[in-house]
Every structure is written in structure tokens, then in C-alpha cells.
Design a protein around this ligand. Structure first.
Ligand SMILES: Nc1ncnc2c1ncn2[C@@H]1O[C@H](COP(=O)(O)OP(=O)(O)OP(=O)(O)O)[C@@H](O)[C@H]1O
Ligand SMILES: O=C(O)c1ccc[n+]([C@@H]2O[C@H](COP(=O)([O-])O)[C@@H](O)[C@H]2O)c1
Length: 213
């Protein structure tokens, strides 16, 4: 088990950078983003700044790999909301590779494409603490750990134990989820400050999530 606490992280990334100063260090936060919320933005920004990454790409999945995952709203809406959410932060960008491909979005396949396309880049794949227990079930997980460095963001109620190498970054506990936001919108409850104002305006203008079950 290889876990690194925050105090070691700077050293780890510095060593990576010094080993080959020409290599780019880039973060990827994959997700459904149905819809994007403040926890996504805070974790992307905190990981990017803590590790000194050049960019952090938010990468919406086409069809999430979980077999039991419920239907998501149209990708056009999820993408538009992401564009609105990141517009004031130059550290953040969007990676559309999975939206441009057909079928399920297996991370191994995506990262194989991206590492071949950008051979001079080191990729840091960011996951929330809730994903860690499921890593052993991910498609070709052992091969994936050769392509990316996982970065974990703690999530209240979820363990940080894993047999896979993960750099853990301390981010304030944020008990926000897209599921909760969708429920609140359906029930007519306030979601102020849980997601960016311009994203909320988009949701209201398009009438999204009004009839979620
Ligand atoms: N509050 C949070 N704290 C830490 N990680 C989070 C948080 N919300 C989402 N994440 C992480 O962000 C990534 C993308 O999440 P996703 O788009 O599935 O959002 P979600 O809020 O978990 O959605 P849903 O409730 O629909 O499952 C995942 O790795 C997830 O673990
Ligand atoms: O590749 C896999 O087997 C796999 C299984 C579960 C999740 N993922 C990825 O993990 C990220 C977060 O997933 P989700 O379902 O919380 O949006 C997203 O990029 C998914 O494609 C990947």
C-alpha cells in the first residue's frame, strides 16, 4: 500500500518534475457532472494548486461505466453547465474525449488514448473518497495504474484505505452531491451556493431536473 500524506506530496511532485522538467503535469477529474457542483470545482482547484499542476481537466463521461447507474440528462446540458462553471478559473478546462467516443466511458481506454496522444504529459486522475472502494472493480485497473497517478479527495463517511497507490489531498469536507442537488431542485428547495450561480440560472432557464424521480 502506498499512501502519501500532504506533507510528502510537494516532494513527490517536485521529484517528478525534476526527473524530466519538460514533462507537463496535468489533472483529470472524471465524472458524470449531472450537474457540476461546488465540491467538483473546489476539489479540482485544490488538487491543481496543491500539486502545482498546469491544468485540471474536468472530463464528462459519455455513458458512466457503472452498470447500475441511472440515466443522466443529455450530454449537451452537462457540457454547457461545465463550460459555465469553469469560465472564471484559468486553471480549469474541459476534456471532451469521452463525449466524442461511443459507448461506455472506461477510464483505462480513455487514458490510453490520452497518454498516447500526449506522451510528454504525466496524468493525475482525481477521484472522490467514495470511489476508492470500487477501484478493484474498474476495467483493467492494474494497467490503468501504470498510466496515471491516482489522487484521492477525502469524502465524509468513506475510507482512505486502498491497495492501490493514491496521493491523498486534504480538502474541507463537502457533503454535496449531484444526487442531492437533483432532489432539492425537484422538491423546489434552495440550491443557492451549492453550485455556481450561472449554472443554476441555466438549470432554471432550461427547466432541468424538475421531474427527477
Ligand atoms: N462532495 C464531494 N467530495 C469529494 N469528492 C466528490 C464530491 N462530489 C463528487 N466527488 C467526486 O467527483 C467525481 C465526479 O463525481 P460525480 O459527477 O459522479 O458527482 P456526484 O456528486 O458523486 O454525483 P452523483 O450524486 O450523481 O453520484 C467522483 O470521483 C466523485 O467521487
Ligand atoms: O473504468 C472504469 O471501470 C470506471 C468505473 C467507475 C468509474 N469510473 C470513472 O470514475 C469517474 C467518476 O465516476 P462517476 O460514476 O462517479 O461519475 C468517471 O470518470 C468514470 O468514468 C471508471
Amino acid at each position: 500500500m502506498k499512501q502519501q500524506v500532504m506533507s510528502n506530496v510537494q516532494t513527490f511532485v517536485e521529484v517528478e518534475k525534476q526527473t524530466n522538467s519538460k514533462r507537463k503535469q496535468v489533472g483529470i477529474l472524471g465524472g458524470t457532472f449531472n450537474p457540476v457542483h461546488m465540491a467538483h470545482l473546489i476539489m479540482a482547484d485544490q488538487v491543481g494548486t496543491s500539486l502545482g499542476l498546469e491544468k485540471v481537466y474536468l472530463m464528462p463521461s459519455n455513458e458512466p461505466p457503472h452498470v447500475d447507474h441511472k440515466e443522466t440528462i443529455d450530454a449537451t446540458h452537462r457540457l454547457k453547465m461545465l463550460e459555465l462553471a469553469i469560465e472564471d478559473n484559468p486553471l480549469l478546462a474541459i476534456e471532451k474525449n469521452e463525449l466524442e467516443r461511443e459507448g461506455k466511458s472506461y477510464t483505462y481506454e480513455t487514458m490510453k488514448v490520452l497518454t498516447e496522444k500526449y506522451p510528454d504529459t504525466d496524468f493525475y486522475f482525481i477521484i472522490g473518497g467514495d470511489m476508492v472502494d470500487y477501484l478493484p472493480t474498474w476495467y483493467k485497473i492494474d494497467e490503468l495504474t501504470q498510466l496515471v497517478q491516482f489522487v484521492g479527495v477525502k469524502r465524509p463517511g468513506f475510507s482512505t484505505e486502498s491497495s492501490y497507490p493514491i496521493i491523498w489531498i486534504d480538502v474541507p469536507d463537502m457533503n454535496i452531491s449531484s444526487t442531492d442537488l437533483r432532489k432539492k431542485i425537484t422538491q423546489g428547495c434552495s440550491v443557492n451556493y451549492l453550485l455556481p450561480k450561472n449554472v443554476l440560472h441555466y438549470i432554471q432557464e432550461k427547466g432541468l431536473y424538475l421531474d427527477e424521480k
